[in-house]
Design a binder for this molecule. Structure first.
Ligand SMILES: *[C@@H]1O[C@H](CO)[C@@H](O)[C@H](O)[C@H]1NC(C)=O
Ligand SMILES: *[C@@H]1O[C@H](CO)[C@@H](O)[C@H](O)[C@H]1NC(C)=O
Ligand SMILES: *[C@@H]1O[C@H](CO)[C@@H](O)[C@H](O)[C@H]1NC(C)=O
Ligand SMILES: *[C@@H]1O[C@H](CO)[C@@H](O)[C@H](O)[C@H]1NC(C)=O
Length: 141
């Protein structure tokens, strides 16, 4: 059911957001770096220190725990942070990860509303947000 909703959600969003996605080409790996720094900055609890030391700007984001990049574009392809007991909200800057295909935040304590910015992730195919504390409806848009 959750998967079905996520698919319907992405399908309708991908149509509505077509125009804004056309601007995605101006982004590069530096945009991804800023997006992930913004994402990290809104994490208020990281009990296993998964990101605290590992997500260091002295190494490429492609080597960061939970992050993989695709070889063709050199951009962030997946963000997999399940079972890490992370607490916080998801930064709107996540919408700048324009080559993101998989976003897996399963089993953490992310809260707040579902993000409209996810609509900008035109390539997103797998969205896993179960076992969190998100509130409200997936936006109708
Ligand atoms: C990314 O794009 C910005 C301009 O949008 C540019 O200043 C920067 O050098 C680019 N970085 C890379 C790694 O290509
Ligand atoms: C971060 O974690 C990844 C995966 O566990 C590891 O390959 C990488 O070397 C780590 N980087 C740092 C700076 O600790
Ligand atoms: C969630 O993650 C914790 C570790 O952070 C683990 O102990 C627990 O079994 C996981 N729960 C589920 C439903 O996967
Ligand atoms: C990233 O996203 C934020 C919020 O959605 C936006 O304000 C910002 O301009 C974006 N940054 C880049 C470099 O595209």
């Amino acid at each position: 059911m959750v998967n079905l909703l996520a698919h319907l959600f992405l399908f309708s969003l991908s149509r509505h957001c077509f125009v804004s996605c056309l601007t995605a080409n101006t982004k590069n790996i530096t945009t991804d770096l800023y997006a992930l720094i913004a994402f990290k900055s809104l994490i208020t609890s990281d009990p296993y220190d998964m990101l605290a030391n590992n997500w260091s700007t002295s190494s490429s984001v492609c080597t960061w725990a939970g992050v993989t990049c695709d070889e063709r574009h050199g951009r962030v392809h997946s963000l997999i942070l399940r079972d890490m007991s992370l607490r916080g909200t998801v930064s709107p800057n996540i919408g700048n990860l324009s080559f993101l295909v998989m976003l897996d935040l399963k089993n953490n304590s992310f809260g707040g509303q579902f993000l409209r910015e996810l609509c900008r992730l035109r390539r997103l195919k797998i969205l896993q947000t179960s076992y969190n504390k998100f509130v409200g409806e997936i936006p109708a848009t």
